[in-house]
Design a protein around this ligand. Structure first.
Ligand code: NDP
Length: 493
């Protein structure tokens, strides 16, 4: 006891006995006045916060971004000045599975980064793929419903997934990536990260550039086949947590090289497609990668719940020199993410240690849940005021945007080419990759009604005749394998 801290209640009162509840006689019952027991049980009931509706299963660590190149011609952001080192946090995740889901499942991975810059937190909440399934936030809740459990069966539904995808051909690019080898990275260090959306950078002269962010793994890509992943999951559902935690504990923290693609404002029409369409990339040939620096993860969190589960990433967290774009999906996420955190964690979620900026914070938001450490001048509780409260700084104003047009509900996906970019990707696959792509799709289509399968096959045909035919052959093979499996089973009986 001598040099150990004294156990207390949450109100600080010392606890004399933490082993035995207070009872009438040695056999009970317990007393209502055993407030220490009640506090302990009540706290246990409140140990969980609502898990994220998407990206519930995650793994994270702290690290550093080092900017090694001069990109000041594009941005005035302090974080991007050559030689700057910025502390950061990364959280990787699967999208669809709940918190207890296995890590090595076929899914898109979240690649969320929080940079604690000297001018506020900049969060880049990306994925391990440069594109997404849909281009309009109006469709996002429907898409996610297809990835989650069916209301009646409470099972994931291949029918729902392929029904939606086949009716939304803009998903074809992302579906092809998901079903390719890159659909199951072996661990978070062996995959790229992408900001995916188009963002913007602006410099001291008030010039704006549209930008895409890329983080390329220095560990090299490594992936599991479906069979390998099944074997991994049979042994451990936590293979990513084990890998990421382990490599950082052993001093082998993973690294990524950061790049940007840059398009000067005004060049939007040169690309040949909407540069703000999240289902498409900017070809490297047109917009080459420009190196920025290196990101390294080097410190594990001390408390997973406090630092990873309660970490709150917002695409709306930008800093002077970094801005948004008209990308509809980005605009939707600017609302959804902070809204999710206010619901999941509480009003002042960004006052939690992991979310707190490392620069001074001064605002007039008052009261609400958890306003820890909100030090305000008691007389300056409104604005404008005459009592030395914080004031705006016009020097950090973003240059004005030049948006104009008629207000309507525009259907750009209806007029968009959904096939050329998946075809460019398909052209990169060697024979082995193509065969695994066909087999992965056939496996994922088991039990899906023929009408839906046919609708999706027609999309694959439009990418490349080999794509559609390859999946047809793989479906036939899977059918044969299933038939012989059930015959074998009957014979065994
Ligand atoms: P490039 O040949 O210049 O680039 C191809 C890109 O594809 C590389 O970034 C490579 O990543 C990546 N890649 C290779 N295999 C896969 C895979 N199985 N899943 C996902 N990405 C993969 O061509 P373009 O820029 O003209 O793009 C051609 C196609 O490549 C695009 O339609 C898109 O599908 C894909 N792609 C393009 C990206 C871009 O920003 N332009 C980014 C990622 C993919 P790595 O260098 O890490 O091996």
């Amino acid at each position: 006891m001598a040099d150990r801290p004294r156990l207390t209640t949450s109100a600080g009162a010392p606890v004399a006995d933490n082993q035995n509840s207070k009872t009438v006689g040695p056999r009970g019952p317990v007393l209502m006045e055993d407030y220490q027991l009640i506090e302990k049980l009540a706290h246990q009931n409140r140990e969980r916060i609502p898990e994220r509706v998407v990206h519930a299963k995650g793994w994270g660590a702290y690290g550093t971004l080092r900017v090694t190149q001069d990109i000041s011609r594009y941005t005035r952001a302090a974080v991007f000045q050559k030689g700057t080192q910025t502390e950061m946090l990364a959280r990787f995740s699967t999208v669809a599975g709940e918190q207890g889901a296995a890590d090595a499942e076929r899914d898109v991975r979240g690649f969320a980064l929080k940079f604690y810059t000297s001018e506020g937190n900049w969060d880049l909440v990306g994925n391990n793929t440069p594109v997404f399934f849909v281009a309009d936030p109006y469709k996002f809740p429907d898409f996610i419903h297809t990835q989650k459990r069916h209301p009646r069966t409470n099972l994931r539904s291949a029918t729902a997934m392929w029904d939606f995808w086949s009716l939304c051909p803009e998903s074809l690019h992302q579906v092809t990536i998901l079903m390719s080898d890159r659909g199951i990275p072996t661990d978070p260090s062996r995959m790229n990260g992408y900001g995916s959306h188009t963002f913007s950078l602006w410099n001291d002269k008030g010039e704006r550039f549209w930008v895409k962010f890329h983080f390329k793994t220095q560990q090299g890509h490594a992936h599991f086949t479906n069979d390998e992943a099944s074997q991994v999951i049979a042994k451990s559902r936590e293979s990513y947590q084990e890998a990421l935690y382990g490599m950082i504990e052993e001093g082998r923290g993973p690294k990524w090289t950061m790049y940007i693609q840059v398009m000067p404002e005004g060049e939007e029409d040169k690309l040949g497609h909407n540069p703000f369409d999240l289902t498409k990339v900017w070809p490297h040939g047109d917009y080459p990668l420009i190196e920025v620096g290196e990101m390294e993860l080097n410190r594990n969190p001390e408390n997973y719940f406090a630092e990873i589960e309660q970490s709150a990433f917002n695409p709306s967290n930008v800093v002077p020199g970094i801005g948004f774009s008209p990308d509809k999906m980005l605009q939707g996420r600017l609302f959804s993410y902070p809204d999710a955190h206010r619901y999941r964690i509480g009003t002042h979620y960004d006052m939690l240690e992991v979310n707190k900026p490392k620069c001074p914070v001064a605002h007039y938001h008052r009261d609400g849940t958890m306003p820890f450490g909100l030090k305000t001048n008691p007389d300056a509780y409104y604005e404008p005021n005459s009592f030395d409260g914080p004031v705006e700084d016009p020097s950090v104003a973003e240059p004005p945007h030049r948006y104009a047009g008629d207000v309507d509900r525009y259907d750009f996906r209806g007029t968009s080419d959904h096939y050329t970019q998946p075809a460019a990707l398909f052209a990169l696959f060697d024979e082995g990759e193509r065969n695994r792509l066909y087999a992965n799709i056939a496996a994922a289509m088991q039990g899906v009604p023929q009408e839906i399968v046919d609708r999706q096959l027609a999309h694959f045909d439009k990418v490349h005749a080999d794509y559609g035919n390859g999946v047809r052959a793989a479906l036939k093979k899977a059918e044969g394998d299933n038939a012989s499996l059930s015959t074998g089973h009957a014979a065994a009986e």
